[in-house]
Design a protein. Structure first.
Length: 373
């Protein structure tokens, strides 16, 4: 087949009803669909384009063809009503995810305040308790609402996320210690970066909700796939830009709040700084990776996260190898970047470049109707 994809059977030239063979091939899909949009998305996955809908099936576009298929088969009205009711928010009530997503930021902030007000062996207990509570809060936020991936995960993605978060807390101090000629055995952590990233879960959920809502509305109003793609890409870019701006504000505000009210004078090895550009770039990368995972592209999300991890790891490795006689030149680019813009410039570049790559991928992948059904 030259235009509709290799999985669809070619319609015979003399067929009086070209839609009937298509319906017979995908009858189960058409009967189980709750609306024509679900059929349109499935046709797109199978390679049916607007051009094929017009030339082979005598309909102006895929949406019109999907409406025809939907109208020709009986449907379980109780299932459709249940699905619509589940998707519609209860009037005057907050959805569960709206109450859960602020929890990670609050848990992280409380843990840091307790660390500053306790001493001795109590700090270890507070740290472990806070880590477990934060993990549970983040897990609950990702299991409900617009950030829920419904099992669409790449196996290694979690490992890359842990690396990126660990580097956000410890990486800048370690890199600075080695660039300045230290042994790397004494360096500071920036836990406020983790607090800012924890507070980022709530705006991430709202941005994901906004994007999904606008995309679904665009899907119902569009009359062809090109129209839907053209209307969805600006929404995606606007949501990502809005989130990046919000995270920049959070990354600037969180260290100021802790420095002004509590500080870290009683916690050895803690530094209340943190590079805002690094935090904003990392949070944007995590949002894009989650959006791609939620909408069915976990492999691309994992690849973007792995790329950022690789750049950070190579940067640290180059500085370590520079201490070997004759290898000093290998660490020169990273050392110059640290001296010029600070240690946070390295992960900011790594995460920013990976986020830019995921934006380009998402602009194509998330502009497909099949990503929103």
């Amino acid at each position: 087949m030259s235009d509709g994809g290799t999985t669809m059977a070619r319609t015979a030239p003399g067929t009086a009803d070209p839609v009937k063979p298509l319906l017979n091939r995908h009858r189960a899909l058409c009967e189980d669909a709750v609306d024509p949009l679900e059929i349109a998305a499935a046709l797109e996955v199978h390679g049916i384009t607007d051009r094929a809908a017009l030339s082979r099936f005598r309909h102006r576009d895929v949406f019109a063809l999907a409406e025809e298929l939907y109208a020709r088969v009986p449907h379980d009205t109780s299932r459709a009503a249940t699905t619509v009711a589940a998707q519609a928010p209860a009037s005057g009530r907050l959805a569960p995810w709206m109450l859960v997503t602020p929890a990670p930021g609050l848990v992280a902030a409380l843990t840091l305040f307790l660390l500053d007000s306790t001493g001795g062996g109590s700090r270890l207990a507070v740290t472990l308790t806070g880590a477990v509570a934060l993990s549970c809060a983040v897990a609950a936020s990702l299991r409900h609402g617009p950030l829920r991936a419904e099992g669409r995960r790449a196996p290694a993605a979690r490992l890359w996320v842990y690396w990126l978060l660990a580097y956000a807390v410890y990486g800048d101090g370690l890199l600075t210690a080695h660039v300045e000629g230290g042994s790397g055995t004494s360096w500071s952590a920036t836990p406020t970066s983790l607090v800012a990233l924890s507070f980022a879960v709530a705006p991430a959920a709202w941005c994901a909700h906004l994007f999904s809502l606008r995309a679904r509305r665009g899907l119902s109003r569009s009359r062809d796939l090109a129209d839907f793609a053209a209307s969805t890409r600006p929404v995606l870019l606007a949501v990502v830009a809005l989130y990046a701006c919000a995270l920049t504000g959070i990354a600037l505000l969180v260290p100021l709040l802790f420095h002004g009210f509590h500080g870290f004078h009683g916690v050895p090895g803690f530094h209340d700084g943190g590079d805002p550009a690094h935090v904003a770039a990392l949070a944007t990368l995590l949002l894009l990776a989650r959006l791609l995972t939620v909408h069915g592209y976990p492999a691309a999300a994992a690849a973007g996260l792995a790329a950022a991890c690789a750049v950070e790891a190579l940067a640290c490795l180059s500085v370590l190898v520079a201490g070997v006689p004759g290898c000093a030149v290998l660490g020169t680019p990273v050392a110059q970047a640290v001296h010029a813009w600070g240690a946070g410039a390295v992960p900011a570049f790594a995460c920013g470049a990976a986020a830019a790559g995921l934006v380009c991928h998402a602009a194509v992948s998330l502009a497909r109707a099949s990503a929103h059904t």
